[in-house]
Design a protein around this ligand. Structure first.
Ligand SMILES: [Zn+2]
Ligand SMILES: [Zn+2]
Length: 171
């Protein structure tokens, strides 16, 4: 994902607009393998201020995710916006990316932002019923009739006792 920012482009008042699209291979993000179902698309603008570029924009793609409830693979739309700094000398402490010559290579910057924005837990649908904790069937497909904790409403003698003790304290 490279943007040409030679003197001719960078001195325009509106900055250098870009719209890049690139197919990404499966990538390891901090031990988590992430696969992409559609190309990574990034668009935005690079604005030069005499010392470097401020790059702002938005990236979007589709992740191949696994549902955290039912375990099914599904395609999950994924997008985020970014605002980053590029200078000739990188300064990792200040989160500044380096560039050389007349080209800004956005790939590492976009990758860093993907890592920051990855969903912690993906769900195939907000009303996915997940797997039955008793028999393991997919409850979106099968009505297994297992009794699970939520529906088990028999009174627990110990909690009744605890309630009594609490009443004593309140008096
Ligand atoms: Zn699901
Ligand atoms: Zn079940």
């Amino acid at each position: 994902m490279k943007v040409r920012v030679g003197a001719q482009q960078r001195d325009s008042a509106s900055g250098v607009a870009f719209h890049e699209s690139e197919a990404w291979a499966q990538t390891d993000f901090g031990g988590r393998m992430v696969a992409f179902a559609s190309p990574m698309q990034a668009e935005g603008v690079c604005v030069y201020d005499g010392e470097g570029f401020t790059v702002t924009g938005e990236a979007r793609t589709t992740l191949r995710s696994v549902c955290g409830r039912c375990g099914k693979s599904f395609e999950e739309p994924f997008s985020f916006s970014f605002e980053e700094r590029f200078e000739r000398a990188a300064n990792e402490d200040e989160g500044i990316y380096a560039y050389q010559g007349d080209v800004l290579d956005l790939t590492a910057m976009i990758q860093d932002n993907v890592f920051l924005h990855l969903p912690i837990r993906s769900v195939c649908s907000e009303d996915c019923k997940g797997l039955c904790p008793v028999c393991g069937c997919d409850r979106n497909i099968t009505q297994c009739g297992c009794v699970t904790e939520e529906s088990d409403e028999r009174p627990n003698p110990l909690s009744a006792l605890a309630a009594l003790l609490n009443e004593d304290k309140e008096v």
